[in-house]
Design a protein around this ligand. Structure first.
Ligand SMILES: [Zn+2]
Length: 111
């Protein structure tokens, strides 16, 4: 059985959580349940924030606003990572054209 959490999905879930997306929304984009997202983020060091609002995830990543692409390259858990940094596709956007395509690409759980 192949794990749902491919390295690519693991990267995307962290990226979307870093944007402050709700776990429910992350699950919808990745094609898994909210609980699966929460479990995965928990294992990656994220902790849920308990507020009267719908729960969101703490942004563990440094809030660097370089104006460049925020796609993460490298191993977030191992501490060896950096942002892509390429020019973003749209003003105020988070990713370059390539990585934006990867994040918003419709994904199926059975790949
Ligand atoms: Zn990029």
């Amino acid at each position: 059985m192949i794990s749902f959490w491919t390295p690519e999905r693991a990267e995307i879930v962290v990226e979307l959580a870093g944007m402050g997306l709700l776990t429910r929304e992350i699950g919808r984009r990745l094609g898994c349940t909210r609980n699966a997202v929460i479990g995965r983020l928990y294992r990656q060091g994220f902790r849920m924030r308990n507020t009267p609002e719908p729960p969101t995830i703490y942004d563990r990543l440094p809030n660097v606003n370089t104006g460049g692409c925020r796609w993460i390259t490298g191993d977030v858990c191992g501490g060896e990572w950096s942002y892509c940094g390429a020019r973003v596709a749209q003003p105020g956007g988070s990713w370059c054209a390539t990585h934006r395509g990867r994040v918003f690409d419709k994904r199926k759980a059975d790949v």
